[in-house]
Ligand binder design. Structure first.
Ligand SMILES: *[C@@H]1O[C@H](CO)[C@@H](O)[C@H](O)[C@H]1NC(C)=O
Ligand SMILES: *[C@@H]1O[C@H](CO)[C@@H](O)[C@H](O)[C@H]1NC(C)=O
Ligand SMILES: *[C@@H]1O[C@H](CO)[C@@H](O)[C@H](O)[C@H]1NC(C)=O
Ligand SMILES: *[C@@H]1O[C@H](CO)[C@@H](O)[C@H](O)[C@H]1NC(C)=O
Length: 732
């Protein structure tokens, strides 16, 4: 004999007869609620669900763990009968008849509030069983007319979530005899549209999403609501705050997005509240115990600053004998840089695999092969994807990512000064880039955390355990339709695996590989427009900025200023570039390269325009010299115009010195490109009017002096070796 549920809940019975005040006191205790869900696998989504349940102290019973899932593909076809079967068996064993059961999907669900609110709203619905509602009918459109009309809100039933008294739910599913692959939604829908059953079991729909928010068909209705250190989803159509958010059907990415905030995962007041959970600290480990990582380095296109990339790789903070390298180079152009790195440093690493351009392997195949190197190596703990255009400024990046302990995690990198980054916040309907509402805030660091996103590229860490389980035997990058990066992310998403991007630290940036010319010896010198930051780091003297800031500019002679400007590398590259070009002028008065064809004080030189460097040189003068000029000659503003900029070569047996002269300039820049005492003896510059000489020029330092009036000067003799200077006559 079964006790009538109505009698066993005298509180609610009373509630129907007396004013609301009493109702409140008669609320169902939290302890009566049991959350039941089916999860045959512990997906990332399931873990997210459990975390949200734990946050609000829900009691959860999980069914089907470790069982094979026969309920169909949750992304598309009908299915889910297996869930009903599992629930039926589980409920038959439950004897406490006054339990309230919340049956809910879990891979794509988060709780936005706690049991109290859920139970209160359930009571207010005044039915024994409340189903989530949908605006779209599924799976059988022909049943539309049979659905009772609702005054406001959604008319159709969603089986992904319902709540009710144990006896009523038992009654509801007692008749279930379906197959595992049958549609649970259709089963419950048929029950609901059957007026007799609907009344006897006492079923209603949560039409206005007070308890359940199904996102399918409702994306425009749902927004994040931040208030008082809490974050919820708000249904703006019905002005409700649903307790449970469900990314049903094709809305997995939206639930991922909302799950970055709900429940209180990230708020304006607290920032990220979960980013320090489940860390895997390396600090306690000896270096020899560090996880073994395969770093996959991919050169897919001609790229500037490849040498710098390898210099940075060497400085990565991680024991090299716990690293293996997989290097794929498609470009013959970079062959020399790669082999010279491997020759000098390859043996530091535990193992190196190198795919050369001659092998003509395509991008997808090379990336699959890189993954394999880790997958098939039982010692490998993680695979670190690192494309050649990535500028990892943070030497601790790899450690930070390992410590974050996530299946797939990318350090956020951006293109300097732009909104371009290595992740997407959302996808368009066609599967391409779309901007999420929080994208700009994340890129610009106004929201800091670890974000679940639909696409990462260029640099990320993948756990080997994933490669050996869910991603086993899987050519992740291959696709007939998609580019390898998109194919990869598509495959990860369709497996229900979460990809994260972290902006908890600054990691670096990504180079532009556009407009990279390959016709020179040192092509990076030409990158001042395309990659100005990298150009500066490579070529501008490390003390330039602070000398400018602190006005530490030296004055060796009256109105002659002396300051560091170029790195050694810049000096060497410029000299080598000129020697590579090789067409030094003869030092004669007749010079067809200049206007008028006559040079009064000829030198042995090569002009910047002979190596097609005048645009870049002008940009350099404008960016780095003009500010010094304006500081030291106040009131004079320069656009850094020049007709003559060139590199001069002084040699004892060629042209050792230059007789006194004025320059055809308002001011002149004279940069020493090599080192006295080391590369040559003698040299220097003397200003006759002041009888003042600079006899020990410093490599990479610039002299700046007025040109045509006061600073009559001469080049002092170079007595041995070869001396190079870069001279510019500015504002002629
Ligand atoms: C959950 O339970 C713990 C301990 O039982 C308590 O400290 C915490 O405040 C509870 N959280 C909520 C949201 O009720
Ligand atoms: C459903 O149950 C509620 C009490 O929970 C009751 O007030 C209502 O009349 C019932 N509806 C039907 C159709 O039985
Ligand atoms: C920059 O300045 C510091 C402090 O004066 C000095 O130690 C360092 O050598 C300078 N760097 C170079 C490249 O000259
Ligand atoms: C110029 O200076 C040098 C030493 O710096 C000195 O020997 C010489 O006499 C000076 N010449 C004149 C003309 O003052």
């Amino acid at each position: 004999m079964r006790v009538s549920p109505l009698l066993s809940f005298s509180g609610i019975f009373v509630c129907a007869l007396f004013p609301l005040v009493i109702c409140k006191e008669q609320r169902i205790p939290d302890g009566k609620l049991l959350v039941v869900t089916v999860a045959t696998k512990e997906t990332d989504g399931f873990k997210r669900f459990l975390r949200s349940a734990k946050h609000f102290n829900y009691t959860v019973k999980v069914l089907g763990q470790g069982q094979k899932w026969n309920g169909g593909d949750y992304m598309s076809a009908p299915g889910g009968g297996q869930k009903v079967q599992l629930l039926k068996v589980a409920l038959e064993k439950m004897k406490t008849e006054d339990k309230i059961i919340l049956f809910i999907d879990s891979y794509d669900v988060v709780f936005a509030s706690g049991p109290k609110e859920l139970l209160k709203k359930f009571q207010q619905a005044r039915h024994k069983v409340v189903f989530s509602s949908e605006s779209l009918i599924w799976p059988d459109r022909h049943l539309e007319d049979k659905h009772p009309h609702v005054i406001e809100g959604n008319r159709f039933l969603g089986s992904g979530g319902f709540i009710g008294y144990l006896p009523n739910i038992k009654e509801m599913i007692a008749d279930w005899t379906g197959k595992d692959s049958d549609s649970d939604q259709l089963f419950f829908t048929k029950m609901y549209i059957d007026a007799v059953k609907r009344k006897s079991i006492n079923i209603t729909l949560d039409s206005k999403c007070r308890l359940f928010q199904n996102l399918h068909g409702a994306l425009d209705e749902v927004v994040l609501k931040f208030e008082d250190g809490r974050v919820r989803a708000r249904n703006v159509l019905h002005d409700t705050l649903p307790v449970i958010i469900h990314g049903n059907g094709p809305t997995k990415l939206q639930i991922n997005y909302l799950g970055n905030y709900i429940p209180n995962t990230w708020t304006f007041e607290t920032g990220c509240t979960v980013c320090h959970e489940d860390l895997h600290p390396l600090t306690a480990l000896k270096e020899s115990e560090y996880p073994l990582v395969v770093i996959g380095i991919f050169i897919q296109q001609p790229t500037p600053f490849v040498t710098v990339f390898f210099e940075r790789l060497l400085k990565l903070q991680y024991p090299k004998n716990r690293l293996k390298l997989f290097i794929y180079n498609k470009e013959a152009h970079h062959e020399q840089q790669v082999s010279s790195f491997l020759k000098d440093h390859g043996s530091l690493y535990q193992e190196v695999k190198f795919i050369r351009p001659e092998e003509e392997m395509d991008e997808a195949a090379s990336r699959n092969l890189g993954f394999d190197m880790c997958r098939k190596d039982q010692d490998c703990d993680s695979f670190f994807m690192l494309d050649i255009e990535v500028v990892l400024k943070n030497e601790n990046t790899l450690k930070i990512l390992i410590e974050q302990n996530l299946p797939i995690v990318a350090p956020m990198i951006t293109r300097a000064g732009r909104l371009w980054s290595n992740f997407w916040g959302a996808l368009s309907a066609e599967g391409y880039y779309a901007r999420s509402e929080d994208y700009v805030d994340i890129v610009q660091g106004r929201r800091v955390g670890v974000w679940n996103v639909p696409y990462v590229s260029s640099v990320f860490l993948v756990k080997a355990s994933l490669l050996r389980s869910e991603l086993k035997d899987y050519k992740l990058f291959s696709s007939h339709l998609l580019d390898p990066d998109m194919a990869y992310c598509h495959n990860i998403r369709s497996k229900g695996i979460f990809m994260y991007v972290t902006n908890m630290h600054t990691f670096g940036r990504i180079l532009s590989t556009e407009n990279y010319e390959m016709s020179h010896l040192h092509n990076d010198l030409w990158q001042i427009f395309e990659n100005p930051m990298d150009w500066q780091e490579r070529f501008i003297h490390e003390n330039y900025t602070h000398i400018m800031k602190d006005k530490l500019i030296e004055t060796p002679c009256p109105d002659v200023y002396w300051f560091p400007i170029f790195t050694d590398v810049a000096c060497n590259h410029l000299v080598e570039e000129m020697e590579h070009h090789g067409e030094w002028s003869g030092g004669h008065n007749v010079d067809t390269r200049i206007q008028g064809g006559y040079e009064n004080v000829p030198t042995i030189d090569i002009h910047m325009n002979q190596i097609n460097f005048e645009k870049e040189w002008h940009k350099f003068l404008l960016e780095y010299i003009a500010p010094v000029t304006e500081k030291m000659y106040p009131g004079y503003y320069t656009k850094a115009q020049f007709d003559l900029a060139f590199v001069v070569r002084y040699k004892p047996d060629e042209q050792p010195s230059l007789r006194p002269h004025h320059d055809a300039s308002t001011f002149t820049i004279n940069i020493a490109l090599n080192q006295v005492g080391l590369d040559y003896q003698g040299g220097g510059c003397r200003f006759l009017r002041y009888n003042c000489s600079i006899q020990a020029p410093r490599k990479g330092w610039a002299l700046m002096h007025p040109g045509r009036l006061t600073h009559y000067h001469e080049g002092l003799p170079t007595t041995s070796g070869v001396r190079y200077i870069a001279v510019s006559f500015v504002d002629p």
